[in-house]
Design a protein around this ligand. Structure first.
Ligand code: PLP
Length: 424
């Protein structure tokens, strides 16, 4: 599928006059349309709810848009819980899916009424000691081990993943939780990441539905929801076929009717915790080409770096790049597109065929709306960029300002670098 920017060159030229590059830009219209499609695809399930994975894009303005679209949120840490609380989500609209969880985070999650999704059998006792009892509604994360296959291809390797209860622990866990006072149960699993296939959710759902039926039979637990978690991917590469969310919803409905309905479990709610699918395609990183270098290879140096988008450096991930205004020119130049970190993996693209790039050209790096800004760090003393929202009415709103040196130095309480500098 051809990748087109959601913003036109003329508009971007206007935006960069007010907000210097680099920045992440998000597309409100696309976000809303996609959230609506997800809701429709699962409308056959009256209890359906998407809990947006906050870690993907922890920006309150964007999460508020998703909230308006009927989403809850899925938090993994204290600050994410604080963010959800500040946005006035109801407790039952906050999922707390965390691992190696500090006691203070269980405490706070419980205070704000979030649904706690336990990552491990030993966390049952830990939680009880921490908050004094077991909540009436509780969820457990399941990890069946082995490899996760679709047809004959291995999608991911849950047996190697640190998350979740084994099958035995899950059954024992439900018994113990019930004894300790839990009344309503959820089951959660996240077995493969960034799947660009309509089959992942239905296959995962089948595994979870089968185990849910057994759990109900053997422990008598009242299972209220099954959480398919994240993992629906996006086509980062133009050769990839995008997922069809309606086909995915339909695929899950089929197994629901095959397995849960005959077992008298036709009232179980389906939950999701999508991050990448909700925002990935609706964000981009805009950067300016500021240098060209001709050595053993041809390099374009830009004003963004891995601090703004870590996925290429961390996973060798492909992110499509559009040279703004040159969409229809031949891609007859081979470049490495680099940032300025003292790290040779700081490259947004390697050996990428692109139109001839001039200094000053705007490069638009696609699909940075999830796990983009949020994975950023401060290596080399680089500062995090601004985040902007392209609103439905065409206006642009600054939804996070760029970091300043003051922000970067703010944690040296007893060593005021900036004041010292002024004295000299
Ligand atoms: C990261 C994560 C998600 C979201 O994953 P995506 O790949 O962005 O869909 C959902 N749930 C949990 C528990 C996660 O850790």
């Amino acid at each position: 599928m051809k990748k087109e920017p959601f913003v036109a060159k003329e508009q971007l030229d206007q935006i960069v006059k007010e907000y210097p590059t680099p920045f992440h830009l998000y597309d409100e219209k696309g976000i809303r349309a996609n959230a609506k499609a997800l809701k429709e695809a699962f409308s056959w399930n009256p209890g359906f709810k998407e809990y947006f994975a906050v870690k993907a894009t922890p920006n309150p303005f964007l999460i508020n848009i998703l909230k308006e679209c009927g989403c809850g949120c899925d938090c993994s840490s204290m600050t994410e819980l604080m963010l959800a609380d500040a946005l006035h989500f109801d407790g039952q609209d906050i999922m707390f899916s965390s691992n190696a969880t500090p006691a203070s985070e269980f405490q706070f999650a419980n205070e704000i009424g979030a649904i706690i999704n336990l990552d491990d059998f030993t966390h049952i006792d830990f939680l009880e000691k921490t908050i004094g009892s077991i909540p009436e509604t509780i969820s457990c994360r399941y990890n069946p081990g082995g490899v996760f296959k679709i047809s004959n291809s291995i999608m991911d390797n849950p047996g190697d993943a640190k998350y979740g209860f084994t099958t035995e622990q899950l059954f024992e866990g439900f018994r113990v939780l019930k004894e300790k006072g839990a009344k309503h149960f959820g089951i959660h699993a996240f077995l493969a990441s960034n799947t660009v296939t309509n089959e992942y959710y239905p296959i995962l759902a089948k595994t979870l539905f089968e185990v849910a039926v057994k759990l109900k039979e053997e422990t008598g637990a009242d299972i209220r929801f099954i959480n398919l978690s994240g993992g629906i991917g996006i086509p980062y590469h133009p050769d990839q076929e995008p997922n069809d969310i309606y086909a995915i919803g339909e695929g899950v409905r089929k197994v629901y009717e095959e397995i849960l309905v005959p077992a008298g479990m036709g009232d179980v709610a389906i939950y999701t915790e999508l991050g990448r699918f909700m925002l990935g395609p609706f964000g981009c990183l805009v950067t300016t080409a500021i240098h060209e270098k001709h050595t053993h290879k041809e390099y374009i140096g830009c004003d963004a770096c891995a601090v703004n988008l870590m996925r290429p450096a961390m996973y060798g991930a492909y992110h499509h790049i559009t040279v703004m205004g040159k969409e229809n020119q031949a891609c007859d130049h081979k470049y490495d597109i680099t940032g300025s970190l003292c790290e040779n993996n700081d490259k947004f693209a390697i050996d990428r065929m692109l139109p001839k790039i001039e200094i000053g050209d705007l490069l638009l790096i696609h699909d940075t709306g999830a796990h983009g800004f949020s994975m950023g760090y401060n290596y080399n003393g680089k500062l995090k960029s601004a985040e902007l929202l392209l609103k439905e009415d065409g206006d642009v709103q600054l939804i996070r300002r760029a970091e300043t040196p003051e922000d970067y130095f703010a944690t040296f309480d007893c060593f005021d670098i900036l004041k010292d500098r002024k004295k000299r």
